[in-house]
Design a protein around this ligand. Structure first.
Ligand SMILES: NC(=O)c1ccc[n+]([C@@H]2O[C@H](COP(=O)([O-])OP(=O)(O)OC[C@H]3O[C@@H](n4cnc5c(N)ncnc54)[C@H](O)[C@@H]3O)[C@@H](O)[C@H]2O)c1
Ligand SMILES: O=CCCC(=O)C(=O)O
Length: 531
């Protein structure tokens, strides 16, 4: 497949007339060919018009047809072959094994949503049959299902150029829900985006779907990104990126004549709590394991463990010695973009200059451009509680260990934290009482609570929650990874006394889709009303 520097608007491919830009290979600083033309108002208008035109048809595609569409996208992505991996490596600085794994995750995610679509429980069909003789008042026939919200604007993330980008979780879950998608590509990996975009575009065509089901735009976030979110035909937004970008888009969405939901995943420092018995039993192993998670992918994971809490004492010293030793040997690795690298260097300089912070260890010196030199820092609970600057995420392999004088201080630090994607507990049996005391706090703070693991590496499955209170996300009621993500793009509709032949199939008496439905209060397997 040839990368042409073109946007994909419905079935067409065209070059944007706005400012040309190139992807940068962060490992060399060199500009990659070809150049990409950014889109403008005309392309946003066309993509949104096509998406709106496609909406009513696409949202009523049969479950099987929609599932096959998702599976076709997955097959088309695999069919691109090594060109995809080579281009993604050049545009992101990420190594081959990581990108091959991410491609597997992306394809698996699409197939998981195909399974979800076929199974149909996301329709949440509910039927309360009429009770014409009920006294004192009869009950009407009431039936509920979920329908797609409308066209969704998706912002590709820089740090997962496949799994959180053009055909990543936001796109897969929106398409699964029945929503057309307009992607605003991340300018860090436009070639990867075009390759994946063409795979989706080809699937739309071969599955006989309306062309507006998918479009891909390039260009400036504050111009076409904001214009897309402001467009009245767009009904929801999926975003993974910076806190500033996510907050700005929620403001654009809230200021519309018709405000819409923005599902922005933004910032998290993912606290890790080392409880006393666990620390006593395996401080050295914990130190090494922690650094493995911290330095994975140059620390450019939203699940990166950026904060460690433990009671001060000899066992914490053992942990710190092991972590410092492992981190001291950690090789530098290329970061995603010059901008992300500059923000990391600035963040590390800022924390290192904080008088309440000790620099415990740095990784090996960098040898190339835009490389991340990992950093490990320590401070006290007292300093953390009095200085909000210490709560800020440094996107990259940097982490702060807080020495807590007692359990009350540890709990106070937790209470002071903003919302998080994850919270991790390292515990042994003797820590059970401490865990019981902390769990209610962690439930309030985080979307996922882990025991004796590391937060990096999110499983794509039914039970996953990759979300959490602000600023982890802009809407804590859902997740951007896993099958529950489909809910973000659905809303319930109730049909009262609508004749059976006019009802959507999901709600008809004969249950032609064979769904699990709640009928007269009872969750029932395939079968007609009353059957
Ligand atoms: N939470 C995460 O998983 C995560 C992932 C990547 C980056 N980040 C953070 O974001 C920083 C910058 O990285 P990035 O470029 O990937 O993120 P970003 O938020 O700057 O950009 C993400 C996407 O949003 C668009 N965008 C940004 N601001 C916008 C605005 N005001 N209006 C409309 N669109 C806008 C961009 O054009 C891009 O397509 C990193 O240093 C890091 O701190 C966080
Ligand atoms: O960067 C955000 C996603 C992190 C993730 O998916 C993972 O840790 O696997």
């Amino acid at each position: 497949m040839t990368i042409r520097g073109e946007m994909l608007i419905g079935a067409t491919a065209l070059r944007g007339a706005e400012t040309e830009f190139h992807a940068i290979d962060p490992a060399t600083g060199a500009a990659l060919e070809p150049g990409f033309g950014g889109g403008g108002a005309a392309e946003v208008e066309r993509a949104c018009a096509l998406a709106w035109e496609a909406f009513d048809l696409y949202r009523e595609t049969g479950l099987e047809a929609r599932a096959v569409f998702l599976e076709t996208i997955a097959a088309n992505i695999l069919a691109i072959g090594d060109e995809l991996i080579v281009r993604a490596m050049a545009e992101s600085g990420l190594p081959r094994p990581r990108l091959e794994g991410e491609r597997g995750r992306t394809v698996g995610q699409l197939r998981l949503f195909a399974r979800t679509v076929r199974e149909g429980s996301w329709l949440e069909a509910r039927i309360d049959p009429a009770q014409p003789t009920r006294a004192p008042l009869p009950r009407a026939d009431l039936r509920q299902r979920h329908i797609a919200l409308g066209p969704v604007a998706v912002f590709g993330a820089s740090n997962f150029p496949l799994a959180f980008s053009v055909a990543g979780g936001d796109t897969a879950s929106a398409l699964a829900a029945g929503c057309p998608v307009v992607v605003k590509a991340h300018s860090a990996h436009p070639g990867t985006s075009e390759l994946i975009g063409r795979a989706v575009q080809a699937a739309v065509a071969s599955c006989g779907l309306p062309e507006g089901v998918f479009s891909l735009l390039f260009g400036s976030g504050s111009r076409i990104g904001a214009a897309l979110v402001a467009d009245p035909r767009v009904k929801a937004v999926g975003f993974t990126g910076s806190r500033r970008g996510g907050v700005s888009l929620t403001q654009v969405a809230a200021a519309r004549a018709e405000p819409i939901p923005v599902y922005a995943e933004m910032s998290s420092i993912n606290p890790v709590i080392l409880l006393s018995a666990a620390l006593a039993a395996r401080a050295e192993a914990l130190g090494a394991g922690f650094v493995g998670s911290l330095t994975m992918g140059a620390g450019q994971f939203c699940t990166n463990p950026g904060l460690v809490l433990a009671l001060d004492g000899p066992d914490l010293e053992r942990f710190l010695t092991a972590a410092a030793e492992t981190l001291g040997g950690a090789a530098p690795s290329t970061m995603l973009t010059p901008g992300i690298h500059a923000a990391y260097v600035e963040g590390v300089a800022r924390i290192a200059a904080n008088p309440a912070v000790e620099v415990l260890a740095r990784g090996q010196q960098t040898v190339g451009p835009h490389q991340c030199r990992p950093g490990l820092f320590t401070s006290s609970a007292e300093a953390f509680l009095s200085d909000p600057a210490l709560h800020e995420e440094i996107f990259g392999a940097a982490s702060l260990v807080i020495r807590c004088p007692d359990v009350a201080a540890l709990r106070a630090v937790l209470e002071r934290l903003e919302g998080q994607l994850t919270a991790t507990l390292h515990m042994d049996a003797a820590d059970a009482d401490a865990v019981r005391a902390l769990l209610p706090v962690l439930e309030r703070k985080a979307g996922r609570i882990l025991a004796n693991g590391w937060p990096t590496g999110v499983e794509v499955c039914d039970a996953m929650v990759h979300g959490g209170p602000f600023p982890a996300t802009s809407d804590s009621r859902t997740t951007s990874v896993g099958t529950l993500a489909i809910r973000r793009f659905l809303r319930p509709v109730c049909y009262q006394d609508i004749p059976d032949s006019l009802l959507p199939e999901a709600l008809r008496d004969g249950n032609p889709l064979g769904l699990w439905r709640r009928v007269d209060g009872v969750l029932a397997a395939a079968g007609g009303v009353g059957g």
